[in-house]
Design a binder for this molecule. Structure first.
Ligand SMILES: NC(=O)C1=CN([C@@H]2O[C@H](COP(=O)(O)OP(=O)(O)OC[C@H]3O[C@@H](n4cnc5c(N)ncnc54)[C@H](O)[C@@H]3O)[C@@H](O)[C@H]2O)C=CC1
Ligand SMILES: O=C(O)C(=O)COP(=O)(O)O
Length: 619
């Protein structure tokens, strides 16, 4: 039996090997391209190995190492396509890490043609990242970065299905958008744009452009998020009475700004000015329509720096013509740019800007840096704090869960290999034993990794944190979780993880519990994932290399017999553990092996008279 390496080394090795062994040809390996992984000095720091684990979770990086003629290992740079103008500071940051292709104004066809050569795509609001784009990417694109807030131009469902992470830059343009909202509000109230245009046309129309004052007027802020609350704060400074409608905003946040949260109806019935700051979603699509305009105070003034699609634009023209809406100031449109003959744009009571809300120098530099950091981080395998279609897992949680993440995937991978081929897996249960309060144990990562371990060996799909739940659902696989509180140290997040697969046949009957479920259980010991239970049998082997599970009559000499057969075939045993339920009845041998025993060797093991069943499993 091999001696146990130092926990730290083995921990690192297990983290690395998990990313190496589990890569598929279509998803280039993160660390090496050699056929002999052990020939590499792969890891020199914990942070590198840690990032490999995270990459394994996200599989966002397509960063293979290669050797030059002198054998020096180098990492080919990823390629990032930037399809709309981005601030220089962000571009510099991207260029220090990747080959950056700034191709603005691409047609949808050109975008589809380019995308399969890119690892990441950075867009603003002008690029439609459709399902066709993800299909055309042929699995290469790993991250879409939206340099701004609204992600309605990205098909999130398609991104998720293709395992592509979407990140945005949610904070850097908030003030710019709020300032633009206020600029539109005040310039509309005083007819600044119209008066300016008329003067430039040689006119001097003082009585035509008498405006309205804003002080004392009621402003309804629709959507009390980052931009909405900043607009509210500024409007208070102008002496306006501010109310807000937002079904998800906490009342105390509104109170802190001196704003009353009211219902949608109350907001639109009582406001003199209505400013829109909600996202465009199926629920908000055309929420301002003939019906809602009819309920508004006659002469209301409307500002939209959110998304054009929240307004039925034809209905707005009607409301302007009838005088329900006295004026509108619009930065955003259903179709951008709107048609040149748009009645709305041409309407004399409408002030328009070409989607300039985020367009200040300061905001654009900020957004560019924010998105560049998010995209580079994601390509490096870090979980993003601004992920839009994946759970945001704080770094401290992630670092604590790292070895359990590896354990979870290996248990999934082992469990599925115990299922007799052809049995459809429908129901998997993951049981976590932990001393921690179930509410403080975030298991999304672990569940995703169990799912990955189960699905990847039996499908072509690369599973990651983004698409794990979706892929399971697609395959009709129900993954349930149970958390059991145990009386151990809460210092460790998880005491053990058990994976059960129900209603299937097993090729290793000893892995079945009394309830007929295949069950395997593991623990992290000294940072190393271990298999600790197979069905009702206790074992204790480090989850590295490959594994032979062998059930035999519990009698002397069995270890020697099987060990000899493996030795004769030059198969190196790394770990071995024997477990039994009752003395001298049946026992299970769990043998870690470095090489895969050939068919002949496996046959010989099966022929040992006391061996009742055995199975070879790849980790
Ligand atoms: N014109 C421009 O250049 C810019 C436009 N925007 C747009 O402004 C909008 C708001 O951005 P942020 O404040 O940063 O986002 P946010 O996510 O901080 O705020 C949005 C708020 O809308 C609320 N909301 C969701 N559904 C709602 C509904 N049915 N009714 C009322 N409220 C609802 C949410 O609860 C949230 O509080 C987004 O659509 C964004 O795309 C943002 C920046 C620049
Ligand atoms: O951040 C947003 O939601 C915006 O609308 C800004 O859009 P832009 O990046 O200027 O095309």
């Amino acid at each position: 039996m091999a001696s146990t390496p130092s926990p730290h080394t083995t921990h690192l090795h297990s983290l690395i090997s998990s990313s190496i062994n589990h890569n598929k040809p279509s998803n280039l390996s993160f660390f090496h391209t050699s056929s002999n992984p052990s020939s590499f000095k792969l890891i020199h720091s914990f942070s590198t190995s840690f990032s490999s684990t995270i990459s394994n979770v996200l599989k966002t990086a397509d960063v293979s190492l290669s050797r030059d003629l002198n054998g020096v290992v180098s990492t080919p740079k990823p390629t990032i396509l930037v399809s709309e103008k981005l601030g220089e500071a962000g571009l510099d940051l991207l260029r220090s890490f990747a080959d950056v292709d700034c191709s603005y104004d691409l047609s949808p066809q050109d975008l589809c043609a380019k995308i399969s050569l890119c690892d990441a795509l950075i867009v603003r609001s002008g690029t439609k990242v459709t399902r066709e784009v993800f299909e055309a990417a042929q699995g290469r694109i790993k991250v879409v970065g939206r340099a701004g807030v609204g992600i309605d131009n990205v098909d999130l469902q398609a991104a998720t299905e293709f395992g592509c992470l979407v990140v945005n830059a949610p904070t850097a343009n908030t003030i710019a958008a709020a300032e633009h909202g206020i600029a539109l509000l005040t310039s509309m109230a005083r007819n600044v744009a119209q008066a300016d245009a008329s003067m430039k046309a040689g006119k001097w129309l003082r009585s035509k452009y008498v405006g309205v004052s804003v002080v004392g007027k009621t402003l309804a802020v629709m959507g009390f998020g980052k931009v909405g609350s900043e607009v509210a704060r500024r409007a208070k400074g102008l002496g306006m009475h501010v109310i807000a409608h937002d079904p998800y905003a906490p009342a105390d946040r509104a109170r802190a700004v001196g704003v009353d949260l009211v219902s949608f109806e109350q907001a639109i019935r009582t406001a003199d000015f209505i400013s829109l700051h909600m996202p465009l979603t199926p629920a908000t699509n055309k929420v301002f329509n003939d019906d809602t305009f009819a309920k508004m105070k006659k002469g209301v003034r409307l500002i939209n720096v959110a998304r054009g699609g929240v307004i039925d634009e034809d209905a707005l023209v009607r409301a302007l013509d009838s005088g329900i809406v006295a004026q509108a100031a619009l930065d955003v449109f259903t179709v951008e740019p709107p048609p040149k003959d748009s009645k709305l744009v041409q309407h004399e009571n409408v002030t328009v800007t070409p989607h300039l809300g985020a367009s200040t120098k300061e905001a654009q530099e900020g957004v560019a840096i924010e998105i560049a950091e998010a995209v580079v981080g994601a390509l490096n395998g870090e979980l993003s704090a601004t992920a839009v279609n994946a759970p945001m897992v704080p770094p401290e949680v992630l670092s604590e869960l790292a070895p359990y993440v590896v354990l979870a995937e290996k248990l999934g991978r082992l469990a599925v290999q115990l299922v007799t081929g052809g049995s459809g897996i429908q129901s998997v249960k993951v049981v976590y034993k932990s001393a921690r309060d179930p509410d403080s144990l975030d298991t999304r990562l672990l569940r995703a990794m169990v799912t990955k371990g189960i699905i990847e060996p039996i499908s072509d799909t690369i599973i990651n944190l983004v698409n794990a739940d979706f892929s399971a659902k697609q395959k009709g696989l129900r993954i349930s979780e149970e958390r059991i509180i145990v009386d151990s140290s809460p210092e460790y997040p998880v005491e053990s993880i058990q994976v059960q697969i129900s209603n299937v046949q097993s090729k290793f009957a000893s892995a079945l519990l009394e309830n007929g479920n295949i069950s395997i259980e593991g623990k992290v010991k000294y940072g190393i994932p271990h298999l600790t239970r197979v069905g009702p049998f206790s074992v204790d082997v480090s989850l590295e290399g490959n594994l032979i599970l062998c059930k035999q009559v519990d009698q002397p000499g069995m270890i020697g017999k099987v060990g000899n057969i493996l030795g004769e075939s030059n198969v190196n045993v790394s770990f071995m553990s024997v477990g039994r339920t009752v003395k001298r009845k049946h026992a299970i041998m769990a043998i870690g092996v470095d090489e895969e025993p050939d068919k002949d060797t496996q046959k010989k093991i099966g022929e040992v008279s006391a061996v009742e069943e055995f199975v070879f499993l790849k980790l």
